[in-house]
Write a protein that binds this ligand. Structure first.
Ligand SMILES: [Fe+2]
Length: 401
């Protein structure tokens, strides 16, 4: 990433100033003392000394804790741009990337068991996630829930990364921070590679002493990543804090409220959402809408009031890709949420009231009619047809086993 020119009046805490090699004689008003800007007072002093311009390195910069906390506590003012690519096209383009991403993190995490952690190789994956979300934010977030993977641990890391970047983007984080947030999401459970296999993969509830070992994974993860040269602090904090809870009941440090890092808060929401809506050996997957309603009940306790509400606003009460049943007996899949009327998304109907296939499936905006309402949402695991093929090709075909 190239250095970015900025006027000193626009500097913000968290920016990492760099030296460009230019002399004082050629650029007398250029501030070039390398390092992270810690606070507003430091910036005021730079301006007072007469400097009017500077260069910063977006990769080494961090969004200040205060900056992100403001974003988390302020109702959204900005409206995200409309998608530039259709849901169908973006999903088609991302299926292979998603699978590659899971394979890659699996390889990196398995290697980490033997002490070698190739963190840098994951960086390009973030470019793809961010640009895909910029083209159509529903594509990767729905793909993360539609694709079922045998290897929960690794697919979960990719999903948490996708949801974290999508949520951070929705909250208004700058792109360079989305990179770090996505990496923190991708590596949030890297510490599990230090947890013994029999505990990590136990097909049952853990005994208290096993759970105590499992809980160490957050701190293990922070420790493992701390060996990466120049790793941004917000990545370490996000990994370490992803099981902390707003009311102080989390782990490893029982942090409370604003003691929990902003990345930790965001990743925690995404982690719980993906865990609840995923199938595990010891439990069925919940439909996304059910997972969101459980999380809504945890607001103010697990997370600061307002945070889960924003997450639900982002995904919709019925997230894109959710299979649903309607009052009329028709069946469909959500293909577009409706922020102003969340109970009435756009749905692709594939079966009629007699259970007959609708060929080709027809799209209905539930807000524009009065006959049908959603009566139930299903998890993607429980349906017998291939949701991806239905959305991308308009064909109702059986799910591949
Ligand atoms: Fe975790």
């Amino acid at each position: 990433m190239a250095f970015v020119h900025i006027l000193t009046k626009d500097l913000r805490p968290g920016m990492f100033i760099v030296q460009t090699g230019e002399t004082w004689r050629s650029r007398p008003y250029l501030y070039a003392k390398p390092g992270l800007l810690k606070n507003e007072a430091e910036i005021a002093e730079i301006i007072k000394q007469g400097f009017v311009e500077a260069y910063y390195d977006p990769e080494k910069s961090e969004q200040s804790k205060e900056d992100v906390e403001d974003l988390l506590s302020t109702p959204l003012a900005q409206k995200l741009p409309e998608p530039t690519v259709s849901l169908q096209d973006e999903i088609k383009a991302q299926v292979e990337n998603y699978n590659n991403c899971v394979d890659h993190i699996q390889h990196v995490m398995e290697e980490a068991r033997s002490g070698r952690l190739d963190f840098l190789s994951a960086k390009p994956l973030m470019d793809n996630i961010i640009s895909s979300l910029n083209r159509n934010a529903d594509a990767l977030t729905s793909l993360a829930k539609i694709k079922t993977h045998d290897e929960y641990t690794f697919a979960h890391c990719v999903n948490v990364s996708i949801f974290s970047v999508a949520f951070g983007r929705y909250l208004g984080l700058r792109e360079e921070n989305l990179h770090n947030l996505g990496l923190a999401g991708l590596f949030h459970d890297i510490g599990k590679m230090r947890v013994p296999f029999n505990i990590l993969n136990a097909p049952r509830q853990l005994k208290p002493e096993e759970f105590a070992i499992m809980q160490k994974h957050a701190k293990f993860g922070e420790e493992m990543l701390s060996h990466i040269p120049n790793i941004p602090h917000n990545i370490l904090a996000g990994v370490c804090d992803h099981h902390e809870r707003f009311n102080g009941t989390g782990y490893p440090a029982k942090k409370k409220g604003s003691e929990i890092s902003p990345f930790g808060c965001i990743i925690s929401v995404c982690d719980v959402y993906d865990a609840l809506s995923s199938k595990r050996v010891y439990k069925e997957a919940l439909p996304p809408s059910k997972a969101l309603s459980i999380m809504y009940g945890m607001r103010g306790e697990s997370w600061k009031t307002g945070l889960v509400e924003l997450f639900i606003k982002m995904l919709g009460i019925y997230p894109v890709g959710t299979p649903i049943g309607l009052t009329s007996g028709f069946k469909g899949v959500v293909t577009k949420s409706n922020p102003s009327a969340p109970l009435y998304p756009t749905v692709l109907l594939y079966k009629d009231c007699k259970g007959q296939k609708i060929v080709p499936p027809s799209s209905v905006d539930l807000a524009q009619q009065h006959e049908m309402q959603i009566i139930k949402a299903l998890s993607t695991d429980t349906v017998d047809f291939d949701i991806l093929t239905l959305i991308t090709e308009g064909k109702d075909v059986p799910k591949k086993s």
